[in-house]
Design a protein around this ligand. Sequence first.
Ligand SMILES: [Zn+2]
Length: 493
Amino acid sequence: MRRLVRLIRNVLGLLVLAAIVVAGVMTFNVVRRGSQQVQVAAAPRLEVDEQAAASRLGAAIRFRTISDAVNPDQSAEALHGMQAHIAASFPAFHAAATREIVGGYSLLYTWQGSDPAARPIALLAHQDVVPVSPGTEKDWQQPPFAGAISDGFIWGRGSWDDKGNLYSILEAVERLVKQGFRPKRTIYLAFGHDEEVSGQRGAVAIAALLASRGIRLDYVLDEGLLITDGILKGLDRPLALIGVAEKGYATFELTAHGTPGHASLPPRDTAIGLMSRALVRLEDNRPPMRINDTVAGMLDTIAPEMDLPNRVVLSNLWLLKPLLLREFDKAGPSAANVRTTTALTIFNAGDKDNVLPGNATATVNFRLLPGDTQASIADHVRRSVDDDRISIAPVSGNTDPPPVTATDTPSYAALNRTIRAVFPDVLVAPGLMVATTDSRHFTGVADNIFRFSPIRATSEDLKRFHGTNERLSVGGYADMIRFYVRLIENTAG
Ligand SMILES: [Zn+2]
């Protein structure tokens, strides 16, 4: 009996000791790292004629530059109209730079630098927009293609994605030319016209043209992650994420082969049944969650800025990673940061209630975390479906995740400092872009690729992206212009 009491006492003692050690390590990890934010003086606020700039962007929205994969010339007239508006709106820049039309409708501007030894840079945006979902026109507070300016916002499809970036870049260079600024590095402005339908005719052609001229870019900056406010629990300051990584894209078409026939004599296995079971297996067997290096870097950078409970978790992923992953999974959209996603997007089979179809087809779209590849995900699909009556074929246009951009470079530091100077209240961290951008096509011609849009957004705003009531605040638009002016001064001056 006495021996048992001693044993229990020893075990309890060890448990208490272990708890003290764990608590000590956790506390150490919390206090070990202070803020990693670079200290930069706020940039003097540039005077911007907000109303004039907003009205130019409003005019751009009136051109319905909707891209279409099947009919690439669908919006020819709108694209030509907007390009004429651009030339008329920014005459000083057009006198200082050269303009080329690439792939039919894409624009490539070259603003020659004074130092031929300095590596050029490229600022990207796209001219095309997505259509308005049929039937939702009446839900818009302002018509989607009127370019209305009302209640302090510029309204319409493309105001945010991506004519806001396109026109604010042009506003910035126009202003710099008028000030007599001459870049040291050559600056390219590359404005594709089919980003929303994969960029094959636009960005791909521009990158190929640069490559054919032997041009190597120091960095490319494209649309991407935003300055979000109130989206991350436990962080009470706005957060700017610089997209240094981007997910890959892989779509597979599945076909289940059954025996067509009369519904009165159904076999045990039908095409629809086979396909349904295969799709359930794919959804039940999603690729596992994991924290890749980019997301780890993001968590590490924001941890010291969080409130205490979240700071404890983020500083102690060696112990609490499962807890964090569970939270990511519960939160829905943020799970895209920690897994290769599986999305069942198209399902087709049958056309008559008393006939068994011979085939059932389905389309599944995966967004690949860096580290996964088209080949590895094809393997995953085959193993999960595990049925040789179902054929699996990748569609064309699939892409591996592009290489991850380093964060210990002068160009990352310059971008980081520019954000902190123009938006002094904002924290900056590297991040993972979960959608694709035109910038991925520049992998072969650029040392560094960044995906960042200098736009403030709340979670309420995110629904407007590709959605209803897309808009951009007039004040926010002026800040975008300020950002691009400072970025060019800081990295090409
Ligand atoms: Zn876009």
